[in-house]
Design a protein around this ligand. Structure first.
Ligand code: SME
Length: 161
């Protein structure tokens, strides 16, 4: 019970910090970078946090925190990232090694969540997070990150494409 309250408080505080950061940052790239930085800093299971931007049929890696990824350009049909953008829905993978779609970024990664950033039904990009723990992501993460995606969407819409 106590742990639940602490965890919920961490999510609420993280969302509040991100809301404040995005509201105070006019530059879209800096707003994205602040967002990934706050997420990685606030939630210990979030080992790699990045934003991909959709250009045509390709996801291109934007601001991220964590080890450099070999997957800087992902075609829509590939990976968990490509699936989330194509299906226009959040995907949570509890065990990446059991998912044939998975494109490996780090050998330590065990689970992943990908949340599309959408405006008026159109995918502009996505938030991608890897954890070193199996099944690290649940409903709290989905709720937090879908809210963050909706805050980022109007900013991504201002970027040239
Ligand atoms: N794992 C992703 C690729 C991106 S890296 O995790 C940064 C995927 O399967 O699409």
């Amino acid at each position: 019970m106590t742990r639940e309250i602490i965890v919920d408080d961490t999510y609420a505080r993280t969302l509040h910090r991100i809301e404040t950061a995005i509201a105070g940052e006019a530059d879209a790239n800096r707003a994205m970078f602040e967002t990934v930085r706050i997420l990685e800093e606030s939630l210990p299971d979030y080992a790699w946090v990045g934003v991909y931007l959709l250009y045509g049929n390709e996801l291109v890696l934007g601001p991220f925190v964590g080890k450099p990824s070999p997957h800087t350009h992902i075609p829509l049909g590939r990976g968990i990232c490509g699936a989330a953008a194509t299906e226009k829905t959040t995907i949570i993978v509890d065990d990446v090694n059991a998912d044939p779609r998975y494109l490996a970024c780090s050998v330590e990664t065990r689970s992943e969540i990908v949340v599309p950033i959408m405006q008026e039904g159109e995918v502009l990009g996505e938030i991608d997070i890897d954890s070193d723990r199996v099944a690290a992501f649940g409903e709290r993460d989905r709720r937090l990150l879908e809210r963050v995606a909706s805050l980022l969407a109007p900013r991504l819409a201002t970027l040239p494409r």
